[in-house]
Structure formats: structure tokens, C-alpha cells
Design a protein around this ligand. Structure first.
Ligand code: B1M
Length: 214
């Protein structure tokens, strides 16, 4: 079993989406538990990618290629994991704040979070405080993420936090923020639970917040 999972992990690190898909199918056919394939095969590979990226030995394009391979494996697993198993690692709702149409960075964050096995609801761009609040009610996420690229729209973050407080939803979620003009100091000022400078840091942040929640 370990050998088969190692092969999946290696193929993922090499960004071989088709091979990851085939190896995942074979592992399922061989009766290996879907959660074991996820944790010891796919996520193991993404961890290697994360380390390499932080060590500057690969580029963001390589991370995206590995993410695509991760998705190929996840797509096979989806039908075999129960609904509760699918959100076992946690659910994140994320959007770009009202008035802001930038989504390249946010999409990268979404891709990486999904790539690390999290259930992500992407609200898109230009999301107003009411929509964020409604999404918290509807999807019951563990984490709410807000992305902002325009300095002129930073004020939307405290507005969203206020809206959540007004509806008594603030304590239900951990809030994370990111995007060009966002800093750690700003995140503390608006009483967010965390700030991430890039997509990989967002994955680490979400994982550590989920860990604390357990
Ligand atoms: Co815009 N734009 N833009 N733009 N644009 C910037 C942001 C700007 C810095 C350019 C500049 O002047 N130097 C500037 C903002 C200045 C400011 O307020 N500080 C600016 C402006 C002014 C504008 C317009 C007002 C221009 C105009 O029309 N006069 C206009 C606004 C439109 C609107 O939103 N209402 C506008 C429009 C656009 C385009 C539509 C043309 C296009 C957006 C396309 C799209 O996103 N679909 C665009 C682009 C592409 C940019 C730049 C060039 C690139 C942004 C980008 O995608 N970066 C940008 C200049 C720049 O940043 N160098 C600029 C790549 C991306 C991977 O990085 O987005 O930083 P980034 O995301 C990172 C991290 O920030 C972090 O992780 C990501 C991945 O590593 N991160 C998170 C992001 N969200 C996160 C959330 C998290 C955690 C981490 O947790 C929830």
C-alpha cells in the first residue's frame, strides 16, 4: 500500500496529472481507503511542493501544475469520499470585497486551498458585507477569507466584520485577510484571526487555524 501511495505523491510532485489520476484509480480498485490516498498520497505530495516553493527551488508555475495534478486525484476521490469526509479538513468561504474586481490572486488562493483538500466556496468578486454574512449562514464555514487589492476598498473589511457582529455571526468563523495593500498590522487592527501574504501562506494559516479549532 505504502508503495502505491508513494507513487501518487511522486507523480504529483512531478505535476503528472494523468498519472496521478490513473494511480488514484488503481489505488481505489486495490481497496485502499480514500482518506489514506488523500492524506498519504496527494497531500503528502503537496507538502513536498510547499517545502520546495518556500525553499525557492521551484516557481509558482510549478505549484500550479502540481495543484492541477492534485485536482485530478481529488476528482477521482470525490465520488468515493462520503459528504462528511469531503469537508473533514474544513470549509472555507472566500471572496474579493465589494468594489474590487481583482481575482487573480484570490483564485490562486482558492486553487491552493482546494489543492490541500479543503472544501472552498468561492463567492467571486465585488462581494458586499451582506453577501459575506449570508454565505456564513448558508455554508457554515470554519474560515471566512477576504481578498482586497485596492487601498480605497480596504475599509470594506471592517464593514464586513461589523456586519457579522451585527448579525451575531462573528464568533462562528475565523476571519483571514490578504491582498496587495493588506498587512499583518492591518489584520490585527480589524481583529481578523490571521493574515497571509501569498497563497501558500494562506494554506498554512488555514491549516493552523483549523488545528487550533479541533
Ligand atoms: Co488593477 N490595480 N486596477 N487591475 N491591478 C493593481 C492592484 C494596482 C496596484 C496597480 C498599480 O497602480 N500599480 C492598483 C491598486 C493601487 C492601490 O489601490 N494600492 C490597481 C488599480 C488602481 C486598478 C484600477 C482602479 C485601474 C483603473 O481602472 N484606473 C482598476 C480597478 C477595478 C476594480 O477592481 N474595481 C483595476 C483593474 C485591473 C484589471 C481588471 C485590469 C486587472 C484585474 C484582472 C483580474 O484580477 N481579473 C488588474 C490587474 C491585473 C492588476 C495588477 C497589475 C496585478 C494584480 C495581480 O493579479 N497580481 C496590480 C498591480 C500589481 O499587483 N503589481 C493591479 C498577481 C496576483 C497573483 O497577486 O493579487 O497580490 P496578488 O495576490 C497574491 C497575494 O496578494 C495573496 O495571495 C495571492 C497569491 O499569491 N492574496 C491573498 C490575495 N488575496 C488573498 C486572500 C487571502 C490570503 C492571501 O486570504 C483571504
Amino acid at each position: 500500500m505504502t508503495e502505491k501511495l508513494e507513487l501518487i505523491s511522486e507523480a504529483l510532485v512531478k505535476g503528472q496529472a494523468n498519472r496521478v489520476k490513473t494511480l488514484t484509480e488503481i489505488a481505489i480498485e486495490n481497496g485502499i481507503e480514500p482518506m489514506a490516498i488523500l492524506e498519504k498520497g496527494l497531500l503528502q505530495g503537496m507538502e513536498v511542493i510547499g517545502k520546495k516553493f518556500r525553499g525557492n527551488s521551484i516557481f509558482i508555475a510549478d505549484v500550479l501544475i502540481a495543484s492541477r495534478a492534485m485536482h485530478a486525484g481529488l476528482n477521482v476521490l470525490k465520488t468515493h469520499l462520503s459528504a462528511s469526509q469531503q469537508i473533514l479538513r474544513g470549509r472555507v468561504v472566500i471572496g474579493t470585497v465589494a468594489g474590487d474586481l481583482h481575482d487573480i490572486g484570490k483564485n490562486l488562493v482558492v486553487m491552493m486551498l482546494r489543492g490541500s483538500g479543503l472544501d472552498v466556496v468561492d463567492l467571486g468578486v465585488d462581494v458586499d458585507p451582506e453577501e459575506f454574512a449570508k454565505a456564513v449562514l448558508e455554508y457554515q464555514p470554519d474560515i471566512l477569507g477576504m481578498s482586497v487589492m485596492l487601498t480605497t476598498n480596504l475599509y470594506m473589511i471592517p464593514e464586513i466584520v461589523n456586519e457579522l457582529e451585527r448579525r451575531e455571526l462573528r464568533k462562528r468563523v475565523k476571519i483571514i485577510v490578504g491582498g496587495g495593500p493588506v498587512t499583518k498590522e492591518f489584520s490585527q487592527l480589524v481583529k481578523a484571526d490571521g493574515f497571509a501574504a501569498d497563497a501558500l501562506a494562506a494554506v498554512d494559516l488555514v491549516n493552523s487555524l483549523l488545528e487550533k479549532n479541533r
